[in-house]
Design a protein around this ligand. Structure first.
Ligand code: HEC
Ligand code: HEC
Ligand code: HEC
Ligand code: HEC
Length: 366
């Protein structure tokens, strides 16, 4: 059916969760989207499919609700880094040395230095569960809430982890580690099966490392305090109680230090550093994602500290992109659609001339 094929393509290209139920399928999460993003998504859908998406999905959903229990349409959930470790030892060793991992044991403790942010004060201001690991606001960014299966009670088992960056794995893990049957080893996998496995796991929510814009966008939801599930009220209270907000989060600086894991064929044993050309591309993509994020969340809160930080993020990004010819449309109108166009336009180009002088020094990597 053309409608379904189109819907599938749509979900994949926007990296939404594709949920299937007995002949019906639907991209979940449009309700979570920020208005700007939603508008872009709708436009794209109309161009691709020639009809209004939300009327169709609302219809499909209405029928689905009649026949299927809520659990059949559950959101994907985190299964835990332990499951990745089995096959991804090198990446796990690196992760365990990052602040994302070590913070699990430290961030809830009161700092001895009273000029540092106090978790106790922030928790008190926001309210809800008193322990940070159980608090519904804090765990949006600080923890990975793991579940064994859909019905289980979620628990904060680690800090920001593999799935925080690569996508909750409940729907994609069994696709990702199946090479064509129970007894088929990776080496014996056919090329067709591999291509399909990668496409299917992306459709089920895996953020593949080559999806650089999606990767960057995802860092921004936490580091730009831009998580759509974070209530404006709670955000204001957090910031009022001294929660930090860092407008200078720049992707090369933050991804090529402690966080870097880049083991690619043919040399899987080496954690490769980026070439200057790769850095320049990532720099531009990171700035594009920061600009779109800052612009779209600017109006989320009237808290002065928040608005000031978002303005700074946007200004930083605009200055960084000023010399990049392909960024003109994005600078004129900072939408996700224009950011994705920019990413396509610069693919494979050498931007070291345009942004080389703005790249962070290696010694400043986080
Ligand atoms: C049974 C083994 C296995 C498990 C378990 C597993 N992976 Fe993988 N993963 C692989 C292999 C092998 C590759 C190499 C690329 C390929 O052919 O898919 C890979 C590739 C990847 C890639 C893409 C890398 C590239 O080549 O671009 C990501 C990201 C990834 N895995 C994340 C995870 C995460 C996160 C988990 C845990 C939720 C996980 N994997 C669990 C075996 C596994
Ligand atoms: C939208 C994501 C987000 C939410 C929600 C959030 N934080 Fe944070 N938090 C961050 C980020 C990102 C940092 C690191 C900021 C930086 O760059 O310095 C941070 C830093 C902190 C720090 C400072 C840690 C340090 O190493 O100095 C404390 C304390 C803290 N958060 C407490 C909380 C508490 C308590 C809650 C819940 C009431 C909470 N946060 C909710 C994203 C978030
Ligand atoms: C802070 C976000 C973040 C976290 C946490 C994270 N990754 Fe990644 N991962 C990335 C990014 C970004 C890339 C792309 C690197 C590149 O190509 O430059 C990547 C690349 C990969 C790759 C391909 C390159 C390689 O080194 O193998 C695999 C596999 C992978 N991640 C698995 C994991 C696993 C397993 C964990 C948890 C132990 C994990 N990642 C934790 C962001 C993250
Ligand atoms: C789910 C939320 C989340 C995501 C996604 C996320 N981070 Fe973080 N990150 C945090 C929090 C929270 C901290 C602060 C921990 C603390 O201070 O205790 C942090 C800290 C860091 C630090 C340490 C900074 C320092 O000052 O030492 C680096 C580097 C970093 N993140 C890079 C990244 C990059 C790059 C990405 C995307 C590829 C990313 N993070 C994605 C939540 C997240």
């Amino acid at each position: 059916m053309t409608v379904m094929a189109c819907e599938q393509k749509f979900c994949i290209s926007f990296n939404f969760e594709l949920v299937q139920f007995s002949g019906f399928q639907k991209c979940l999460r449009e309700g979570d989207l920020m208005p700007q993003k939603r508008e872009v998504v709708m436009k794209q859908y109309e161009t691709d499919c020639g009809f209004q998406p939300f009327l169709v999905t609302a219809f499909v959903l209405a029928i689905a609700w009649m026949f299927f229990p809520v659990s059949a349409m559950a959101q994907p959930f985190f299964k835990g880094a332990k499951l990745c470790e089995e096959c991804h030892e090198a990446e796990t060793d690196i992760w365990k040395k990052t602040k994302h991992f070590t913070s699990f044991r430290t961030v809830h403790r009161e700092p001895k230095d009273s000029s540092k942010p106090s978790p106790k004060k922030i928790l008190k201001a926001v309210g809800g569960q008193k322990r940070m690991k159980r608090n519904e606001t804090c765990y949006l960014c600080h923890y990975t809430l793991e579940k064994k299966d859909a019905g289980a009670k979620p628990q904060a088992k680690s800090g920001t982890s593999c799935e925080s960056c690569h996508g909750a794995s409940s729907d994609w893990l069994s696709i990702h580690d199946n090479y064509g049957g129970k007894d088929i080893k990776r080496e014996a996998e056919t090329a067709d099966h591999k291509a399909k496995r990668i496409a299917d796991s992306k459709a089920a929510g895996l953020i593949w490392p080559s999806m650089k814009y999606e990767v960057a966008e995802n860092c921004m939801t936490c580091h730009g305090l831009a998580n759509p599930n974070l209530k404006a009220d709670d955000l204001a209270k957090m910031l009022g109680a001294g929660h930090p907000i860092n407008p200078d989060f720049e992707l090369v600086k933050y991804s090529q230090g402690s966080v870097r894991h880049r083991h690619y064929p043919p040399d899987m044993a080496t954690n490769a550093e980026m070439t200057p050309k790769e850095q320049a591309e990532l720099f531009v993509i990171g700035q594009a994602a920061a600009l779109v994020s800052a612009t779209s969340v600017m109006s989320k809160s009237s808290e002065a500290k928040y608005i000031e930080a978002q303005k700074k993020r946007a200004e930083n990004a605009k200055a960084a992109l000023a010399g990049v010819a392909e960024a003109a449309d994005l600078l004129a109108s900072p939408s996700r659609e224009n950011a994705l166009k920019l990413v396509t336009a610069i693919a494979g180009k050498d931007l070291t001339g345009a942004v080389g002088s703005k790249l962070p020094a290696k010694g400043d990597y986080k």
